[in-house]
Design a binder for this molecule. Structure first.
Ligand SMILES: Nc1ncnc2c1ncn2[C@@H]1O[C@H](COP(=O)(O)OP(=O)(O)O[C@H]2O[C@H](CO)[C@@H](O)[C@H](O)[C@H]2O)[C@@H](O)[C@H]1O
Length: 468
């Protein structure tokens, strides 16, 4: 099958969070299964763009409302990522250093979607599937189905994967003229509660809808930032497919970013060396249990509670634990996490910002990784932690519920029910006890590391879905 993945992010070209990881891995695994999966994404001003060789495969013009813009699509020449990568260059709109966060993001992602469909419409053949990821590509199913100029694609199955229903990309009806011509009586397919809502439109128009874990599919019928009714209504065409991880990128045995590589057999020494290196850099004591958090500092991740959670835990442990945070997001949370450094020097540290290499070093060097998420569509961090022999401490929600089994149930993680300072504090207490039960901890580490969360299974599940 020929599968076209459309996404705003794709690792290693541009990654803000888990979306980038998924789109950088799933197509590779689909290709391994004998299919031809390709990624078509915006050409941002990134290092990848400057450091690799490209050929131009399309030179044309797009139209956004009354504005015409030149489009150039580049193909990466060497197939080094394990799939064909196409980058859509629209001068002045997409060629910027960041993926998101501009006032004209609506225009940027609309222009990208229109340019991609213009290009694919001109192919001599039709792809078998167009797979859209999140709201930045959410108008594609509508445009394929109803816009006159893309009529040729109206019979091609479109898939929407919801990585996060919180973000929907809504904009006002005053921008309707951006959408290429269609029969106006179809406008209801764009609408949700009085706005043009790309995610809602994709849920309505896509041939199939997927979420990134089965539990999240259950949850969004009750909690989806206003889309609950719609999701419940479209439930029959929806399915939850648990994300995998890229076992080649996330492999402690082969990870060039680590101080010391290790396998299941050598996990104790390997983790010790990585922990020592990490503690040296962050002025922490390698003899104490190291608790960490990696992620976007936003309410969904429970990040607003982290300062209180860590303050209480550090106080109670009376110097007996270490904490290290890597993240960025809400400036207030960032500020409070930085302040804690003064209160607990030698036991607490934080790196505010994005740092891919440091994230690998933390998964390897930490003892415990916290994920007190309020909402977690799948979560990849807990699966990376498992692969690196780090015990996840997670709230029982979404994909966390689907991937982590509590030690009390014969499992390998520590689970709690609420995103509250008290509940997480209690979980940290349990982790502290586990840390001092060396035999049990060693067994758990070995057990976790042999769990298989690679993309092999999920890649096939998507293929099966396309073929239904
Ligand atoms: N400051 C930082 N420095 C370095 N690396 C950092 C970082 N902050 C985050 N990361 C990395 O970004 C990724 C985050 O992945 P998640 O799946 O946890 O979250 P996200 O909420 O972005 O994704 C959404 O999409 C994914 C994919 O479907 C779902 O798993 C998830 O539940 C959903 O919210 C991980 O690779 C993590 O290591």
């Amino acid at each position: 099958m020929e599968i076209i993945h459309l996404s705003a992010e794709c690792y290693p070209i541009a990654k803000v969070g888990g979306l980038g990881d998924v789109v950088g891995a799933l197509p590779k695994y689909q290709n391994k299964l004998g299919h031809v999966a390709k990624v078509v994404m915006p050409a941002y001003q990134t290092k990848f763009m400057q450091e690799n060789e490209f050929e131009v495969v399309y030179d044309g013009w797009g139209k956004l409302g009354f504005h015409n813009f030149p489009v150039r699509i580049f193909r990466e020449k060497t197939n080094k990522l394990g799939f064909d990568l196409y980058l859509v260059h629209i001068s002045g709109l997409l060629d910027r250093p960041n993926v998101y966060g501009y006032d004209d993001d609506t225009e940027r992602f609309l222009a990208y979607q229109i340019a991609v469909l213009d290009w694919i419409t001109q192919w001599e053949h039709r792809p078998d599937v167009i797979h859209c990821h999140d709201h930045h590509t959410g108008l594609v199913p509508f445009m394929m189905a109803y816009c006159h100029q893309f009529k040729k694609l109206s019979t091609v199955p479109s898939i929407l994967t919801i990585h996060n229903a919180q973000y929907q990309g809504q904009f006002g009806w005053d921008k309707l003229h951006y959408v290429p011509p269609f029969d106006l009586w179809k406008s209801g397919q764009l609408d949700w509660k009085g706005s043009i809502n790309p995610l809602a439109s994709a849920i309505k128009c896509a041939w199939r809808v997927t979420t990134v874990s089965p539990s999240y599919l259950e949850e969004i019928s009750f909690k989806a930032n206003g889309l609950e009714d719609l999701l419940a209504q479209e439930r029959a065409k929806s399915v939850g497919i648990l994300n995998g991880i890229d076992n080649e990128v996330w492999d402690p045995q082969n990870d060039p970013m680590l101080e010391k590589k290790y396998a299941i057999r050598t996990v104790e020494n390997g983790k010790k060396a990585n922990k020592e290196a990490l503690c040296r850099v962050f002025n922490l004591d390698p003899l104490k249990p190291l608790f960490t958090f990696i992620g976007r500092l936003v309410g969904e991740k429970g990040a607003d509670l982290l300062p209180d959670i860590f303050y209480n835990a550090l106080l109670q442990a009376n110097g007996g634990i270490n904490v290290l945070v890597l993240g960025s997001g809400d400036p207030q949370v960032e500020g409070r996490l930085m302040q804690l450094k003064e209160a607990f020097p030698g036991n607490y540290n934080a790196y505010i910002g994005y740092n891919e290499q440091l994230s690998h070093q933390i998964y390897a060097g930490a003892d415990f990784l916290l994920m007190p998420s309020r909402v977690e569509p799948c979560g990849l961090n807990q699966m990376y932690a498992l692969r690196y022999g780090t015990v996840p401490i997670v709230r029982r929600v979404g994909g966390l519920k689907d991937t982590v089994v509590d030690i009390g149930d014969g499992g390998f993680g520590i689970c709690h029910d609420q995103t509250s300072v008290w509940d997480v504090g209690h979980a940290i207490g349990r982790a502290y006890e586990l840390y001092h039960d060396e035999k049990h901890l060693k067994e758990i580490r070995k057990y976790m590391m042999q769990l298989d969360h690679s993309w092999d299974r999920a890649a096939q599940q998507y293929i099966d879905l396309y073929q239904i």
